[in-house]
Design a protein around this ligand. Structure first.
Ligand code: ADP
Ligand code: ZN
Ligand code: ZN
Length: 730
C-alpha cells in the first residue's frame, strides 16, 4: 500500500492496432495474459493484460485510468499470446482483431464456478461390495465425473459413491467449468499397420518423443491409410502426461466418417471445434482446452482453422489433414493461411507438425525437397485396392446434345455401372441448376443488383440466388427488360441440372445430391454418408464437398462433368488447384476390392493438368508448375500480397486506389501492379479495386507494406484490406 500505481498495457478484442495503457495498484497480483475489465470512454470492456512492464509510452501517468477488476479466468497461455502477436504482424492485421479470434467465446467470461468431480483411486482393494463394483465398472478411464453422474451411470444411490469417497476409493478433483471430456485412450487396440504404414508411424512416434519443432509431410496416395498413420502420432502424443493434440481438417461439417474412425481407434470422441457450435459447446470446449489441471484437460481437438487460437496448455502435436486445401485460408477479416499458421504455432509450441495429403501443395513439396520438412510417403492403397483407371472424354469428338451435359461414352459407362449394382459419382463444382439465366428475345442477363455477378438459378426453390452476397429473387416469368413472356432460358449446368438429366436417363435409380444447398449441417451430412455407405444410393452428384476424404466401398465410377472448370482466371494456382481437386475426386473411386474408373469430360485433353491426371504422373506436372512459377517469381519462389480497396462510392474508391498506388514503395525487388478494377468489380454494394504486390523472397515485405499503408490517407467510406499470400483473386 502507499506506493504509486503502475502502468500496464491491456489489449482489447477490437480492431485496434495495439494495447492501451492503464493503471493498476502495486498490490494487485496480475500476470500477462490475465483477463481484466477496463473503462474505455463510457464503456466497460473486457481485455487481456498484454504487457506488465511497458518500456515507454506517450501518455503521461496522470492521464491514465485504473483497471476496474480482474476476471476469474485462467490467463491466456504465453504461447497463445506470442502466436497472436505473430499472426497480427505477419498478416498486417490489427492486434486486437486477432485477439478477438482467440476470445470470441460467447459466455466464456461468465464466472465459472469450481466444481468437484471424482475419479477412481488407482489402488482399489480387491474386495468391494456389489454396489461399489458396479461403480468401478462404469468408469471411463481416469475421467473425473460428478458424484451424481457416477450414481446415475451405475444405477446406485449417491450414498454408495459418497462411501467410496470416504474410504479413499474415489479421489476428488476440483475443476473449473463444465464436465470434462473423456480422454481418448492411446492403448485402445488399433488396426494392424502395413509395413509401409508402420515405417511412417515409427518415424512420427519418434518425432513426438523428441518433443521438438519439426514439420513432416505425410504424402500418400488416396486410400493409402494416412489417417491410420497420423493416429499413431496422436497416440504417441497422448502418452505424454496432459499433452494436447490439434488436428486441423478443412471443413469440420464434413468429418462424420472421420469422427467415427477416431472413436473406433481411441475409444472416445475428440473435442470438436468449428463455427457452427452452440455457445454452450464452445464454452465447454474452450475451458477444457485451457484447463491448467491435467485431469480435466481436453486432449485431442479436431477443428477448423480457428482452433489454432484455442488456449492450449501443452501442445505436443499438430496435424493438418488435406494440407493442400484452399479452405484453410481465411478470406475475410484477418486473412490468414491456417496451414502456414499451424506450422508457426508448432514452432512456437516446440512440437512436431504433420501435413498430410495425397496432393500436397507445391509450397509444401518444395519445403520437403529442400529438406526443411521430413518427407514420408505411402505409395500403396490399403488392402487389395488399386488406384483407379483414368481417361479423358474429348468433348470435341463426343459432342454434347444441346441442353445436356453428359456425353455418350459417360452415359454408357454410368449405365453399365448401374447394371453391375455399383455406385457412380458425378462431380461438378457448381451449385444450383444453371449459372446464368438470359432472355432469348433481348439477350438480357439476370445479374445481382449488388455484385458484378450472374444470378444462379436454384430451380428447387424457384429462385435466382447470388452466390457472392446471398441476394435472391423469384425466377421471373417475364423478362424484366423487354417484358417478353416465356423467354427466359437457363444456360449451363449446375448439380441440380445434371441430376435432372440423370433422372431422365435412369428413372428407376436412387440419387443423392451432395452440395451445400442439400446438406446443410453435420447431421444431414452424417445421414447422407450413411445412406451412401449402406448402398441405398446409386448415383451421387456432388460439388467440391465430395472431394474430402470419403470412403465408399461400392463407389467404382467417377465422372467429372466439366474438368476444364476452374482453369481460367488470373489465379496463379489455378492449374495446381484443378489438379488437386480432380485427383482427390478421382480418389473416391475403387477404394475397396472393386477396381475404380474415372472419366473426365474436357475440351482440352492436351492441357498439362489432364495429361498429368491420365498418365498418373503428378510429379512431372508439379515440376513444370514449379518451373513456371519460379520464372514468374510467384510463390513459393517470390512473395505475393494483394490490396483490395473498396467502398460504396466509385469515385472515392478509385481516388484512394490511385493514391495508394502513387505512394507505392520504390524499393528494389518489389513490383506493384495495378490498381485495376477487381474481377468482382462490384460486390455486396461496394466497388472494388485491386493492387498486386510481387516481391523477391528476401524482401521484408510486411515492414515495407506497413510503412507504405500508414502513409496512405483513405477517402471517407473507403476501406483497405490487405491479403498476404492471397489464394483468391476475385
Ligand atoms: P487416405 O486418408 O490415405 O486416403 P484412409 O486413411 O482414409 O486413406 O484409409 C483408407 C481406408 O483403408 C479406410 O477405410 C481405412 O479404415 C482403411 N485402412 C487403412 N489402413 C488400414 C489398416 N492398417 N488396417 C485396416 N484398415 C485400414
Ligand atoms: Zn428480354
Ligand atoms: Zn450479389
Amino acid at each position: 500500500m502507499g506506493s504509486a500505481p503502475r502502468r500496464i498495457q491491456v489489449l482489447l478484442p477490437l480492431p485496434l492496432s495495439g494495447p492501451f495503457d492503464y493503471l493498476v495498484e502495486q498490490d494487485v497480483v496480475l500476470v500477462e495474459g490475465d483477463f481484466v475489465t477496463v473503462p474505455l470512454g463510457s464503456r466497460t470492456l473486457q481485455g487481456v493484460v498484454w504487457n506488465m512492464a511497458p518500456e515507454k509510452s506517450e501518455v503521461p501517468l496522470a492521464k491514465l485510468k485504473p483497471i476496474q477488476g480482474k476476471l476469474d479466468l485462467p490467463a491466456l497461455p504465453p504461447t497463445l499470446m506470442t502466436f497472436i502477436d505473430w499472426v497480427a504482424s505477419y498478416t498486417l492485421s490489427p492486434l486486437g482483431a486477432v485477439l478477438k479470434m482467440a476470445v470470441s467465446v460467447p459466455r466464456a467470461f461468465n464466472r465459472q464456478k469450481k466444481k468437484t468431480f471424482y475419479r477412481l483411486a488407482s489402488d482399489l482393494p480387491e474386495k468391494l461390495t456389489e454396489g461399489r463394483r458396479t461403480v468401478v465398472a462404469v468408469a471411463t478411464g481416469d475421467l473425473p465425473m460428478a458424484l451424481k453422474t457416477w450414481a446415475e451411470l451405475a444405477a446406485v444411490g449417491e450414498g454408495v459413491v459418497r462411501g467410496m469417497v470416504k474410504a479413499g476409493q474415489m479421489i476428488a478433483v476440483e475443476l473449473t467449468g463444465d464436465d470434462p471430456y473423456p480422454a481418448p485412450d492411446a492403448d485402445h487396440p488399433g488396426p494392424a499397420l502395413s509395413d509401409e504404414q508402420e515405417k511412417a508411424a515409427a518415424h512420427m512416434r519418434e518425432m513426438v518423443r523428441r518433443d521438438a519443432f519439426k514439420p513432416v509431410l505425410l504424402e500418400g496416395i488416396t486410400g493409402s491409410g494416412k489417417t491410420e498413420v497420423y493416429f499413431e502420432a496422436v497416440a504417441a502424443a497422448l502418452r505424454a502426461d496432459g499433452g494436447q493434440i490439434l488436428v486441423l481438417v478443412p471443413e469440420i461439417a464434413l468429418t462424420a466418417q472421420w469422427l467415427e474412425r477416431f472413436e473406433v481407434r481411441f475409444g472416445a470422441a475428440p473435442v470438436v471445434w468449428h463455427s457452427e457450435l452452440t455457445p454452450a459447446q464452445r464454452r465447454r470446449a474452450w475451458w477444457a482446452v485451457g484447463q491448467k489441471n491435467i485431469e480435466g484437460r481436453a486432449r485431442v481437438v479436431v477443428g477448423a482453422r480457428s482452433a489454432l487460437f484455442l488456449p492450449f496448455q501443452d501442445l505436443k502435436l499438430i496435424v493438418v489433414d488435406e494440407e493442400h486445401s484452399g479452405t484453410f485460408k481465411q478470406e475475410d477479416g484477418v486473412m490468414y493461411q491456417g496451414r502456414d499458421m499451424a506450422v508457426v504455432r508448432a514452432m512456437q509450441a516446440k512440437c512436431p507438425v504433420m501435413l498430410a495429403s495425397a496432393t500436397p501443395s507445391l509450397e509444401t513439396i518444395l519445403n520437403a525437397e529442400a529438406g526443411k520438412y521430413d518427407w514420408l510417403y505411402l505409395g500403396e492403397r490399403h488392402g487389395s485396392a488399386v488406384l483407379p483407371d483414368m481417361a479423358a472424354i474429348d468433348l470435341r469428338a463426343h459432342k454434347l446434345d444441346s441442353g445436356t451435359w453428359l456425353s455418350v461414352p459417360l452415359r454408357e459407362a454410368l449405365a453399365k455401372n448401374l447394371e453391375r449394382g455399383e455406385q457412380s459419382l458425378l462431380y461438378l463444382n457448381r451449385r444450383g441448376y444453371a449459372p446464368l439465366t438470359l432472355c432469348r428475345t433481348c439477350g438480357h442477363r439476370m445479374e445481382c443488383p449488388h455484385c458484378a455477378a450472374w444470378l444462379v438459378e436454384h430451380r428447387k426453390g424457384g429462385k435466382l440466388i447470388c452466390h457472392h452476397c446471398g441476394f435472391s429473387c423469384r425466377t421471373p416469368e417475364i423478362c424484366p427488360e423487354c417484358e417478353s413472356k416465356d423467354s427466359m432460358v437457363a444456360c449451363g449446368p449446375g448439380v441440380e441440372r445434371v441430376t435432372e438429366e440423370l433422372q431422365e436417363l435412369f428413372p428407376e435409380a436412387r440419387f443423392a445430391v451432395m452440395a451445400s444447398d442439400e446438406v446443410t449441417g453435420p447431421t444431414e451430412m452424417r445421414e447422407m454418408v450413411t445412406r451412401i455407405a449402406n448402398h441405398e444410393v446409386d448415383f451421387i452428384i456432388g460439388t467440391q464437398m465430395v472431394t474430402k476424404g470419403y470412403h465408399f466401398p461400392m463407389l467404382t465410377l467417377v465422372g467429372v462433368v466439366d474438368a476444364d472448370l476452374g482453369l481460367g482466371g488470373g489465379d496463379p494456382r489455378a492449374a495446381e488447384r484443378t489438379w488437386q481437386q480432380l485427383e482427390q475426386v478421382a480418389g473416391r473411386a475403387g477404394r475397396a476390392e472393386r477396381p475404380g474408373r474415372v472419366l473426365f469430360q474436357t475440351y482440352a485433353p492436351e492441357h498439362p493438368v489432364m495429361k498429368a491426371l491420365i498418365s498418373g504422373d503428378g510429379q512431372a506436372f508439379l515440376e513444370r508448375e514449379a518451373e513456371d512459377r519460379e520464372q514468374q517469381l510467384l510463390p513459393p519462389f517470390g512473395k505475393l500480397a494483394a490490396i483490395i480497396v473498396s467502398g460504396a462510392d466509385f469515385n472515392a474508391v478509385a481516388k484512394t486506389a490511385r493514391r495508394v498506388s502513387a505512394l507505392s514503395p520504390k524499393d528494389d525487388g518489389i513490383t506493384v501492379l495495378g490498381p485495376v478494377p477487381a474481377p468482382m468489380a462490384y460486390l455486396r454494394g461496394k466497388h472494388r479495386f485491386r493492387l498486386l504486390i510481387k516481391a523477391e523472397k528476401q524482401v521484408r515485405l510486411q515492414n515495407i507494406m506497413r510503412q507504405w499503408l500508414n502513409s496512405c490517407d483513405l477517402e471517407r467510406g473507403v476501406s483497405l484490406q490487405v491479403d498476404i499470400d492471397p489464394y483468391s483473386f476475385f
